[in-house]
Design a protein around this ligand. Sequence first.
Ligand code: AMP
Ligand code: ZN
Ligand code: FE
Ligand code: FE
Length: 262
Amino acid sequence: MDDFRADLHCHSTCSDGSDEPEELLHLAKKAYLKGLSITDHDTMAAYSPKLFALADELGIQLITGVEVSSELEGLPVHILGYGLDLNAASFLTKIQDLRIERNRAILKKLSEKKMPIDEKELNFPVVGRPHIASLMVKKGYVSSISEAFSKFLKDGASCYAKGFKYQPNEVIDFIHAAKGKAVLAHPHFYKRSFLNRLIKFSFDGIECYYGNLLKAQEAPILQVAKEKGWLATGGSDYHGKTRNISLGSSWVNFEIFTALTS
Ligand code: AMP
Ligand code: ZN
Ligand code: FE
Ligand code: FE
């Protein structure tokens, strides 16, 4: 098992990734990965029987995963869930409904600024702001995705709408009720004082290895994992070829991978 590597964080077309779930498995194979979890935003729609069958065929161990949106003190907090029972995760439907409401509020603000987008044009299982940004480019309202975010869609910008989000402790409870493990995603995004508040919650793990994160940035997070006795997880957060991160750029070994489903 020395050569076992599993990427535990990536997105498919079921949320804002640009590769189909099946393509992710083929890419994983090319990257010599032996394990994978597809962690779409607020949905596990990727996990069809067909996907598990293809994983078997390719010799890749697939564990269920999801990246759930939550909020603490008005700031977004992403929580990864692993090994959830697909039949026991109805909380995701509720979160998806809240997302639809949030997206409608964004579209309303855009339309008030003479940048109309019909809800029907956002034809994805789970719609994220990147989908809206990309339509704004397509319609010529802005010249790039980054302009769409910086002028209109980023947190606090004129066409941003937050919508209702659950607190981290609520999301952790939902994940545990679905027999999954809860992991704090990309903790290096947060200021230390905020991170110190987040690590008071009952996570099972923390994402120590991420994308192209430098060793020096991993170290303080590994220290948290050690102090808390949490699983030190990792993954690329691959979203597709358009971004500068490849699948398998961060990974975990067999021991961590199996601990997530035990
Ligand atoms: P949502 O979950 O719909 O609120 O969208 C969040 C996603 O939007 C994140 O996962 C990022 O991929 C993307 N995003 C957030 N802020 C920015 C930004 N300033 N520039 C580009 N992409 C962003
Ligand atoms: Zn995303
Ligand atoms: Fe995230
Ligand atoms: Fe992600």
